[in-house]
Ligand binder design. Sequence first.
Ligand SMILES: C[S@@+](CC[C@H](N)C(=O)[O-])C[C@H]1O[C@@H](n2cnc3c(N)ncnc32)[C@H](O)[C@@H]1O
Length: 195
Amino acid sequence: MIEKLNNATQFTEILMERFVSEGKVCVDGTVGNGHDACKLAGLVGESGFVYGFDIQAEAIVSSQTLIESRGLENRVRLIQDTHENMEIHVPDQIDFIIYNLGYLPGGDKTIRTESNAIIKSMEKSLRIMKPGAVMLVTAYRGHQGGLDEYIAVKKYLRSLPQRSYNVFEFSFINQKNNPPITIGLEVRGGRTCQR
Ligand SMILES: C[S@@+](CC[C@H](N)C(=O)[O-])C[C@H]1O[C@@H](n2cnc3c(N)ncnc32)[C@H](O)[C@@H]1O
């Protein structure tokens, strides 16, 4: 359970813990080293499922190793393909999707997410998101191309109709050196709020 709020990663984990529970179906659009996929697999329990995408074999192999080391392999399917091809691999309606933009930590920094592909993937994911489903995107503005990618993704998300989606952005506005930003949405029409 995350109890600190020092950075975008912790904010993302808090939202995962809030919105992902036993039986949910999730997609990790950028698996990388598998930390988010593993966290999601723990949260969905034995009756849930996680689909994870990455274009790099290196990412798929290291993530599979991590997932197997935690005994979570029966609830995760890792797919070496672009997230733009989501509809080929994900037969289910989904409850949650996460994208962590940029390059593989410790890997080749020239292989990065790309705004056109991310937006195409988002368009496809919106077609399979259930009412109440949540999308989270962590964007890094500090590396080459990161700022343009953030601007493009934000422009796309803010163009979505308010009647169908609650779109939000979370950033630490007093931190130096362009800290990561979390952008996301909730598909409207899910559960009602209990106060
Ligand atoms: C910042 S890393 C993700 C980190 C990951 N969330 C973790 O927990 O370790 C971004 C990943 O996106 C992958 N990627 C880039 N373009 C992609 C695409 N079109 N489809 C799927 N993955 C892609 C990269 O290979 C890289 O591993």
